[in-house]
Design a protein. Sequence first.
Length: 305
Amino acid sequence: MLAVVIARGGALPGGADEAAAECGGAVLVVGTGTREAARAFTAARRIWAAEVPVIAPGALAAVLAPLIAEVPIVVLPASPDGRDIAARLAFQSERPLLAGATRCTPEHADLSRLDDSLEVRVALDEPAVVTLIPGVRGTPQPVPAPDPVELTVILPEVLDAEVVEVLEPEPETVELAEAKRILGGGAGLVRPGEDGAAVMRTLTGVATALDASAGATRVITDAGWAGHDRQIGTTGVVVDPDLYVAFGVSGATQHVGGLGRPAHVISVNTDPSCPMTALADLGIVADAPDVLRELARRLNGAADA
């Protein structure tokens, strides 16, 4: 198995290390700034790097197909570039594409279907291209990234999509696995009788104003107040932000298990002894709904000014 990761400007996409870990640490990183990107891996044990001047999906697929000819299973993170390249690579190499996997081994792939309500196991009895959903597998303990083996490739001239502009995703819609700042809402953020969906809209508004994304615990998503793609935890999305602010989150094992290794954690909770406050860098012992409303008021005031 080999992970193929597309880098842009030296930055790795969400799910890059998960794909590397799924393939035993074997990675081919292709794109721009690949040497810098190779140093950013934490789960890679063998790295091959191919620098190209532009990210051209059709040309990349054409040049990658012969490189992966002897590799039975190729895994790409299901990031925007990964999904784009995977379909073309499958066509170029005449392999089936198994999209949206939650797990992949040399023998089978588990595919998520029907909005994550169904998991389908598919036997891998022929070479295939697989995309792995970011944030569902997690990564093992970090290992030092090895020096990459540099490959020289020349992009062929093929009829390709022309990139007009690359737009940064809006914070409220960015995939949680790729978010660097996350505000999380737990059961303690919604008072009995309140409209939980409205509270989560307020959290999303505050998160957007702070250039962050909104996440939630399973209690919130099960109640229908947020989509399951916003659920952080071992049964949801595994995240690894620079900053995680938890509003009314007690810190259940299933939730904390999906937090990865955030650089900084802030907990807002009335219980100073709850697990989330215990592991936080800063614990604010206060009523989470009141703190959120005050933040929203101040941020709206700053916007009006």
